[in-house]
Design a protein around this ligand. Sequence first.
Ligand SMILES: [Mg+2]
Length: 243
Amino acid sequence: MNRASTTTAIPGAVLLDRDGTVIEDRHYLSDPSGVTLLPGAARGLAALTAAGARLFLVTNQSGIGRGYFTEADLHACNARLGELLGEHGVALADTAFCPHGPDDGCSCRKPAPGMWLALRDRHGLCAAATAMVGDKPEDVSFGRNAGLGRVVLVLTGKGQAAARTLGVPVPEGDAAVREPAPAELATRPDWPHAVARDLAAAAEWLLGAAAVGQGGNAAVAPDATGVSSSASFSPDITRSELS
Ligand SMILES: [Mg+2]
C-alpha cells in the first residue's frame, strides 16, 4: 500500500492552543512573568519547526471580554511566549485570539471556526495539511469541525479532564500517544485523531515517530495493512496538495 496516497499529508501548519498546551494554564493569565512553557513544549515545537511546519496560536481569551485584563496584557504575554520559544529556535508564524465571552455570540470563540478561517485566508492554509493541538474538548471540536487533517488532544492542562469528558482512550504503559480505533473515530466527530501525553509526544506523532498505542477501550488489533494510521510529515506532499 502506498502510504503517501492513502494518508493525509500533514502538517504544513500546526494550530496550537496556548493555555494548557504550550504554556501552563494560569487562570486568566495577564502578567507576562506568569508565562511558563510546559515540559516538552519547546522540544515538540522545535521538532515541528525543523520539519518545516508553520506554527500558529489559536487562543480563546475571554478575560478580555470579561474585563479581567486588556488586549495589551494579552499581547505582552504572547510577546513573552515568543521570547521563551525564541530561545529554542522556535517562532510562531501568527497568532489568532478571540476576546469574547461565551455568551457574546461571536464566530471566533473555539469551537466556532472563525480563527481557522482567518488564518486560512491570511496564510493560504490547506485544511487537510493542517493539524490542531489542544487540551480541551473545544479545541478538538474546533479542529474536527474545520476538517483539519489531524487533531490531537494533549493530556497537559485540562487534557485529562477533557479525555474523561469525551470518553476517549488515553495512552497506557510506554505509549506516549493513543489512537482511537478508526471505526470508533468515525462515529465520534468530537474525538481527536490521537491523544498525546504532551506537546512533545503530539509533535512526534504528527511527524510519524511516536510510540503509539491503538484501539478503543478494549484492545483492538491494528488494521490489516500493518500501517499505522498516523501520517508522517511530508513537506513535498503538502506542497503538491496546496498547488
Ligand atoms: Mg487550553
